[in-house]
Ligand binder design. Structure first.
Ligand code: ADP
Length: 265
């Protein structure tokens, strides 16, 4: 059927890790194109909520509206301002990730803590949908890089899993280590992603269903942040999905060398 098992491989920024030494030129060139479109995309994306805010404010100022409608407009303005705020925050996050290399000043941190914080930050939204997020940390592992950025990436994956799943379903967050690579897999029983969309969802501002995503407040930036976090840590992000049944996003990061801990201690 329409099952997709796609690996989105991205060339690492440096060549610190043997793991991904083979740089994929095609992907590099494609990313350069995406970057060129960035300014055009960003102005378009920001114009939509700003335009809505302007129109709504003008309507209220004209004073011809019933109080009931004024309240509805104000509510709509809150939604748009909220979205604008989230978009600004995510854009700042994204430019920060691109501006500095987390491996220039790396810190060691446990993946278990990343998962705990990322799950915790999604608790309220999950509870509201009667969903349970189930962490399964099978192995203790540490990663070298920015704990804040990796947490942000996992948080985004969990947030998407909750957002694109029906009520009362479960989201799994599994951690294991395979050949020196830490795998953080976020699995949902949600709407899934069609094969033809699989690669595009990692692009900035791309949303499979913009109308629906607007209602739920999506910005289309979450997965591009995840991708950049993966790349800047010498790792990768892969996606497995079956439309209508669910998705698994797996973030793979090189495990911090266990022997290095003892040397440094
Ligand atoms: P958004 O803010 O819209 O969630 P993302 O970059 O995080 O932006 O995701 C891009 C698009 O990929 C989403 O709009 C959604 O259509 C799709 N998507 C992301 N995660 C999932 C998931 N777990 N299940 C189904 N679709 C997803």
């Amino acid at each position: 059927g329409s099952e997709v098992h796609l690996r989105v491989r991205v060339a690492p920024l440096g060549n610190r890790f043997m793991l991904l030494l083979a740089a994929d030129r095609t992907e590099e060139l494609r990313l350069a194109g995406v970057r060129r479109d960035f300014v055009a995309n960003i102005s378009h994306e920001l114009k939509t909520p700003i335009g809505a805010l302007t129109v709504l404010a003008e309507a209220i100022e004209a004073g011809a509206e019933e109080p009931e409608r004024v309240r509805a407009f104000a509510k709509r303005m809150q939604v748009e301002a909220d979205r604008l705020g989230r978009m600004t925050k995510e854009l700042i996050d994204l430019s920060r990730i691109q501006a500095d290399d987390p491996l220039d000043h790396p810190e060691r941190f446990p993946v278990a803590r990343v998962v705990e914080v990322a799950v915790d930050r999604n608790r309220v939204v999950a509870d509201a949908k009667r969903m349970r997020i189930i962490p399964r940390v099978l192995e203790e592992a540490e990663v070298l890089g920015s704990e804040e950025l990796v947490t942000m990436a996992v948080q985004n994956l969990v947030s998407n899993a909750v957002q694109y799943s029906p009520e009362a379903t479960h989201v799994g967050v599994g951690v294991r280590v395979v050949d020196g690579i830490v795998e953080i897999a976020v699995t949902d029983k949600g709407v899934g992603i069609a094969p033809e969309e699989a690669e595009r969802v990692f692009e900035r501002f791309y949303r499979v269903d913009p109308a629906r995503s607007r209602v739920t407040g999506g910005t289309g930036l979450g997965l591009s942040i995840v991708k950049h976090v993966a790349v800047s840590h010498g790792g990768e992000i892969t996606l497995w999905s079956r439309p209508g049944q669910g998705s698994t996003f797996t973030l793979r990061l090189p495990a911090a060398d266990a022997s290095a801990t003892e040397e440094n201690a």
